[in-house]
Write a protein that binds this ligand. Structure first.
Ligand SMILES: O=c1ccn([C@@H]2O[C@H](COP(=O)(O)OP(=O)(O)O[C@H]3O[C@H](CO)[C@@H](O)[C@H](O)[C@H]3O)[C@@H](O)[C@H]2O)c(=O)[nH]1
Ligand SMILES: [Mn+2]
Length: 453
């Protein structure tokens, strides 16, 4: 039997799909025949014939590109068990998790908190994780919902881990399909399940009430920062909602709320701007070498995502091979047989895996684990930081020009670039510095958005 340590953490598996290819070629043949037919009978027809020919030509070219993309469909199979045999749980690298939300009306907080809860409960040592929520809507409602969710997380996270729950977004877990017990379920499980369901219902009700304007906010306390401000005109707000102070590995991870500074006439660059702020703030507070980003309307449907991502990111011979690990998106509750293609099966299953076969998947905007140092501009071929940043250190002119004038942040960026994977403890000093890097003028004159993003 092969030594467990020599077995690969991931494998590239080529999928044939022969029948698909044959059908695609028949379609291509028909399209080409149609073009030839148009060309041969051109003289007998007028202008409409020419327009039809151009449309069909464009569609044919499109089809050629599509089938070339899908030519070599591959799947990356990952082996979390092998990873856990190679490294112990406390040796796994830290990951900072980002959730972006922009509008508490269009993206209701109950959805955002489900995304957050599914992330807080992933199967990974929780003292290696921190969850940062960026709220571009600067909404006290989102803040309130998150602070209530962080209380629920103290029950939810241990429950999911104890019973190996598969879908860790509570709204999905408690949906009707799961409402019956099987004969193997222990009475202890049934009791805890009922308690958790009640707690989740109460949480949902509180949030519903708050949406209906009966917000039980105490403006003299945590919510004071939200009074008298406008959504597009306010300073940076950062609140640590929950800190995993005891550094325990099975309670909820850190949870931090961020609303970056917004001022009229200052471009905010939508999600990209929010991601830059999340990168800087997390760099100051926990500086994990890996960062996962998820849109607030997505949730984690596999509790082992971090382990799967690590198999991809740590599994190649050298770190330069995979800069990021992109998860596919799956959509639920669509119409039977997906008549309108809303679930984007072709895009994710065929085109996505086809592009993965050419070089690797493209970044899809959500569900992606990035290496922090690559985001900081380190070239994939430059494993040592030497060439790009010869003199790393805070106060160094090139570092300040690249990363901005926060000395604390350039120091943290230097650590990340040098591959220092030690997670840092949050301190009130780092929270203070984090407010600065969330300012809307912070990126002016720097390489943020140019070489760093
Ligand atoms: O000023 C903004 C605008 C948007 N967002 C967030 O960005 C995310 C994506 O924006 P959205 O408008 O919801 O984009 P969608 O069209 O729903 O999503 C598509 O585009 C996203 C952005 O590239 C990808 O993440 C998704 O995979 C893709 O389905 C959401 O979490 C938003 O809350 C912000 O944080 N600030
Ligand atoms: Mn969206």
């Amino acid at each position: 039997m092969a030594n467990q340590n020599s077995l690969p953490l991931h494998e590239r598996i080529e999928l044939r799909y022969t029948l698909h290819k044959v059908i695609e070629f028949i379609i291509l043949f028909l399209l080409l025949s149609l073009l030839v037919h148009r060309l041969l009978s051109f003289n007998n027809h007028g202008f409409a014939w020419l327009i039809a020919f151009l449309c069909e030509l464009s569609f044919t070219l499109n089809w050629v590109i599509t089938i070339s993309n899908k030519w070599n469909i591959v799947e990356y199979k990952t082996y979390p068990d092998r990873l856990l045999q190679r490294v112990s749980k406390h040796e796994l690298p830290p990951v900072d998790m980002f959730v972006t939300t922009a509008d508490s009306k269009l993206e209701p907080p109950i959805i955002t908190i489900n995304t957050v809860l599914s992330l807080l409960a992933v199967d990974y040592p929780t003292n290696k994780l921190a969850c940062y929520v960026s709220d571009d809507g600067c909404s006290p409602l989102t803040f309130y919902s998150l602070s209530e969710a962080s209380k629920f997380a103290k029950l939810w996270v241990p429950f999911c881990k104890k019973y190996n729950v598969q879908v860790r977004a509570p709204f999905r877990y408690f949906s009707n399909n799961n409402a019956t017990f099987s004969s193997n379920d222990s009475s202890e499980f049934k009791q805890e399940w009922t308690l958790l369901k009640d707690e989740y219902e109460q949480l949902s009700l509180k949030i519903e009430d708050a949406v209906g304007n009966s917000i039980p906010f105490d403006v003299s306390q945590d919510f004071a920062v939200f009074s008298n401000i406008e959504r597009n005109n306010h300073p940076t707000i950062i609140k640590v909602l929950w800190e995993n102070k005891e550094d325990v590995s099975d309670g909820p991870p850190h949870l931090i709320y961020i609303s970056r500074e917004k001022r009229p006439k200052h471009p905010h660059h939508s999600k990209a701007g929010a991601m830059n702020v999340l990168t800087r703030v997390s760099g100051l507070m926990t500086n994990a070498p890996f960062m996962l980003n998820v849109d607030c309307d997505m949730f984690v449907n596999n509790p082992n995502i971090m382990l799967h991502a690590m198999c991809t990111l740590l599994g190649s011979e050298n770190e330069t091979k995979n800069a990021f690990a992109q998860f596919p998106q799956i959509f639920y509750d669509g119409l039977k047989d997906d008549p309108f293609g809303n679930q984007m099966v072709v895009l994710w299953k065929f085109v996505g895996h086809g592009i993965a076969g050419i070089q690797g998947p493209t970044y899809a905007g959500t569900g992606c684990v990035h290496r922090r140092k690559v985001i900081y501009g380190l070239s994939p071929t430059d494993t040592k930081t030497g060439e790009r940043y010869p003199n790393i250190g805070s106060g160094n002119v090139e570092m300040l020009k690249t990363f901005g004038t926060s000395e604390e942040f350039t120091k943290s960026a230097g650590d990340a670039l040098q591959g220092n994977t030690e997670r840092e403890n949050m301190s009130s000093k780092s929270v203070e510095a984090a407010h600065r890097v969330g300012e809307c003028e912070y990126e002016y004159g720097t390489n943020w958005g140019i070489k760093v993003h």
